[in-house]
Design a protein around this ligand. Sequence first.
Ligand SMILES: CC(C)(COP(=O)(O)OP(=O)(O)OC[C@H]1O[C@@H](n2cnc3c(N)ncnc32)[C@H](O)[C@@H]1OP(=O)(O)O)[C@@H](O)C(=O)NCCC(=O)NCCS
Length: 321
Amino acid sequence: MHQDRAFSPYDGADAPAVVDLWNRTLGEHYPLREELLRQNLDRNPNFRPTDAVTVRGGGRLLGFGVLGRYRGDDPLCRGWLNRAWLAAVVVEPAVQRQGIGAYIYGRLVAHADGISPSTVVPGGGTHRFFPGAPSDLPAAQPFLESLGFRFGGKVHDVRADLASFRLPAKSQRLVGARALEVRPCSEHEVGNLLNFLACEFGCGWWYHADRFFRAGGAAADWLLLARGGEVLGMARLHHPGQAIIGAPRFWRHGPGAGGLGPIGIAKSWRGLGLGLALLHHTLAGLRDRGVTDAVADWTDLPAFYAKAGFASWKQYAVAVR
Ligand SMILES: CC(C)(COP(=O)(O)OP(=O)(O)OC[C@H]1O[C@@H](n2cnc3c(N)ncnc32)[C@H](O)[C@@H]1OP(=O)(O)O)[C@@H](O)C(=O)NCCC(=O)NCCS
């Protein structure tokens, strides 16, 4: 079946052809920019060319797949060393259902040191495209199930039109009444913010924030809910002025396209309405930066976001072990 097919590790020179294949296959729902592909592969410090595979036949690219790995030495993220994330498998529509997708997966796992199918997760990881199996790609879940993955819950990307958003007075009062404030993080507070993320939310959010700052991201693109110098909550803003493409901006690139995430409140301060108040302040911050179309990615709390005018935009099935 595969005699006329050539399977090779990814090479940076493949990027335009991969983008073309991707956009022909799933671009209607997930239009890929070369910049995002290169951010997740070529400029990803965890990435090695054998983590991805390209398939050629008849002189053109027919398939592509990538298995994300973590290759850092951060003590907090040690648990990721023996994990892998199946970030994407894409097969040219004209040659689907010929076993190419399954072969790509088998080859990626076979070339991954220390990884067995039981330690692979579909979606997620340090440089993801999706949090799970996208429900608007009908082949995704059955294909992944055929590889042995089982699915349980669902997560959402939620979206809101901010064109007429105004910060509710109630949210302003709630923050002020407790002598708290919501303000941009300053450069000298980045360490505090990272500590807060590590202590309250663990390695995932910490890792992505650390990577953001190492890549030259601005402290002011994070809002802090603070009492004096003490961090009680945070939210990351995504807007078109940023070089780093965060997940809320993966699939939209108009002038007003942005979003938020992660957003969170310290455990001991939850249940007081401060989460919604911080979300409202975050939306005001996005408006100030020209964002009119906001996405919050990868949430299992669509009802929380609905209180601020968001509706579910994309859904992803998440795997269970
Ligand atoms: C999903 C995708 C990669 C599958 O590639 P493929 O080469 O057609 O898959 P295979 O031929 O290896 O299929 C293996 C098995 O997966 C299942 N499967 C694949 N596509 C399916 C579909 N459209 N409907 C139902 N089951 C499907 C079947 O069990 C299949 O075995 P079978 O053909 O013997 O019944 C391809 O459809 C694609 O590129 N889709 C768009 C992108 C996408 O959804 N990617 C997945 C998540 S990132």
